[in-house]
Design a protein around this ligand. Structure first.
Ligand code: G3H
Ligand code: 13P
Ligand code: ZN
Length: 307
């Protein structure tokens, strides 16, 4: 059943974090639903602009509605990931989304406030909630690449002011993570000090952590020994999800890890079965492996057993 993101946040706040997983196709959707049912976890399905282009937004909606019929026990929200203003309006008007993210974090503060406020007004009029972003993560997200030198952590005082001025419902904060598979050089820990300061200025306000994939090193090793070449990868320690949740992080975004599972399964399958060209056998393996992976992340997030 599709519920509002606000409902999920209310139940989770301060206790556990809700996993927000990106999907692009039916196989990811089926693995995601199965994994969340197996672990009895509520979840958020995220759709990026790239996913809406890749699969077609109508197809994605049909996939999600069908998955909800196949798994009637599933409790989830549908969310636009990293939207620009126009894409937010398209999703708000579609009647399908529970919430949207307006990402104007690359604009100056005042501009970010103005854009976010416009989206909040339109979304609230239709009962959707809005995630905004302040601060800048490093890494690659669709067409934007931010190198480490330009990434900047969220300023707690600015965060308080931003929420007051925009009326947004949740805030994505930069606390040391970045998008993709190459998150840290050396240090591998979240900036809990910054998170604590943000929480003390915004008590009871849901915070969001992007770039939260854990980039399991055994997964990367298997990819590389099956012909891949992913060097110097590093992810977030998943043991830090729950301490972050206790400090107000209510939504944890995970996408890259799912791509790694897909890559490992397909590389190994075609390496071991060079005569094969049917995509369904590895597709089946992927769905089962992705379900297992999702359930394990929900355990780290504390969302397992919360249905
Ligand atoms: O933050 C970015 C997400 O991982 C979505 O990636 O824009 O390539 O679909 P994408
Ligand atoms: P990862 O690249 O760490 O999976 O982050 C995904 C994300 O933040 C989606 O918005
Ligand atoms: Zn993100």
């Amino acid at each position: 059943m599709i519920v509002t993101t606000a409902q999920l946040f209310k139940h989770a706040y301060g206790k556990y974090a809700v996993g927000a997983y990106n999907i692009n196709n039916a196989e990811q959707a089926m693995g995601l639903f199965q994994g969340c049912i197996d672990s009895q976890a509520p979840f958020i399905i995220q759709i990026s602009k790239g996913a809406r282009k890749y699969t077609d937004k109508r197809m994605l909606e049909a996939i999600i509605r069908s998955a909800a019929e196949i798994y009637p026990e599933a409790i989830f929200a549908v969310h636009l990931d990293h939207g620009d203003e126009q894409t937010c309006y398209d999703c708000i008007d579609s009647g399908f989304f529970s919430s949207v993210m307006i990402d104007a974090s690359h604009d100056p503060f005042e501009e970010n406030v103005a854009i976010t406020k416009r989206v909040v007004d339109r979304a609230h009029a239709k009962g959707l909630s809005v995630e905004a972003e302040l601060g800048m993560l490093g890494g690659v997200e669709e067409d934007i690449k931010v190198d480490e030198g330009n990434a900047c952590l969220t300023d707690p005082a600015e965060a308080e002011e931003f929420v007051k001025q925009t009326g947004c419902d949740s805030l994505a904060c930069a606390i040391g993570t970045s998008h993709g598979a190459f998150k840290f050089k050396g240090r591998q820990s979240l900036h809990f000090d910054v998170l604590e300061q943000i929480k003390s200025r915004l008590p009871q306000f849901p915070l969001v952590m992007h770039g939260s994939s854990s980039v399991p090193q055994d997964e990367v090793a298997r990819i590389n020994s099956a012909g891949g070449s992913i060097q110097d990868s590093m992810g977030v320690d998943p043991n830090e999800y729950l301490p972050a949740a206790k400090l107000g992080v209510t939504k944890v975004n995970i996408d890259t890890d799912g791509r790694l599972v897909w890559t490992r399964v397909h590389r190994e399958f075609f390496r071991d079965n060079p005569e094969q060209f049917d995509f369904r056998p590895p597709g089946k393996i992927f769905m089962a492996e992705y379900a297992k992976f999702i359930a394990s992340r929900n355990d780290f997030l504390g969302s397992s057993g919360q249905l």
